[in-house]
Ligand binder design. Structure first.
Ligand code: URA
Length: 235
């Protein structure tokens, strides 16, 4: 349960003082009844709230898929560079942050939210959430090196990387699935086998696959199925 003015404020209907005015003017109905008191309690799961005849759905947490372009940094603020949070400024939601990081020159799937719990669940090393990358390589990958990548390689962390899955796409490009998220991990794994990544794109994370119809630099809300894939129930 939460206060009606907070509900309307979170739904981006206006500022607290504007909302007070709207309530006074009788613009808000809860379950068919005009409510004028800002402190009226609403059940955000069950109550039907209408503002000027339009139903308002309450979303405390929001979840987006961004097709990250090259040249944008995976942070919320940067004095010099465009950030992924900057690409989502039209959502009307404050406090959005990326779930994990992609390098500045990496493209593809980045999940953005204001829900710290989901971020924790997807990033916790104990959960072994799978991430699939498409990588173009400087040179061909031999079968021996492919197996080495799958079994674990030394990237200077004291232990070998965890078992990975490597599918050859062409002679010089692969799909690589990893369950860790070490700094520059894919690039370092390829360096460890004497190769080099020349292009990198994340195509899936935790059961969510990058929507290929989403243009680079654009975002959209996760669908119900995608939310279920990461253990979330819609609203
Ligand atoms: N591995 C990398 O090397 N870079 C990324 O952006 C993600 C994974």
């Amino acid at each position: 349960m939460l206060r009606l003015d907070k509900f309307l404020c979170d739904a981006k209907i206006g500022s607290r003082s504007q909302i007070k005015g709207y309530l006074k003017q009788g613009f808000v109905k809860v379950n068919g009844e005009i409510i004028k008191r800002p402190e009226h309690k609403v059940d955000e799961e069950k109550d039907q709230v209408f503002f000027q005849g339009k139903e308002i759905t309450y979303k405390k947490y929001v979840y987006y898929m961004l097709n990250k372009p090259k040249g944008v940094v995976s942070s919320t603020k940067d004095p010099r560079c465009l950030t992924v949070t900057g690409l989502l400024k039209d959502t009307g939601y404050d406090g959005l942050f990326p779930i994990g990081r992609l390098d500045k020159d990496t493209e593809g799937l980045l999940l953005m939210t204001n829900d710290g719990n989901l971020a924790h669940n997807l990033l916790s090393p104990k959960k072994h959430v799978g991430k699939i990358y498409y990588a173009k390589l400087a040179g061909p990958l031999t079968e021996e090196k492919r197996k080495e990548l799958e079994n674990g390689v030394d990237i200077g962390e004291g232990t070998l990387t965890l078992p990975a899955k490597v599918e050859q796409v062409t002679e010089t490009s692969i799909h690589l699935t990893i369950t860790e998220g070490k700094y520059h991990q894919i690039k370092r794994m390829l360096w460890a086998v004497g190769n080099e990544v020349v292009y990198l794109k994340r195509i899936a994370m935790g059961g969510i696959v990058l929507d290929e119809s989403l243009p680079v630099g654009k975002y959209r809300e996760l669908t119900e199925e995608e939310m279920e894939a990461v253990g979330l129930r819609k609203y």
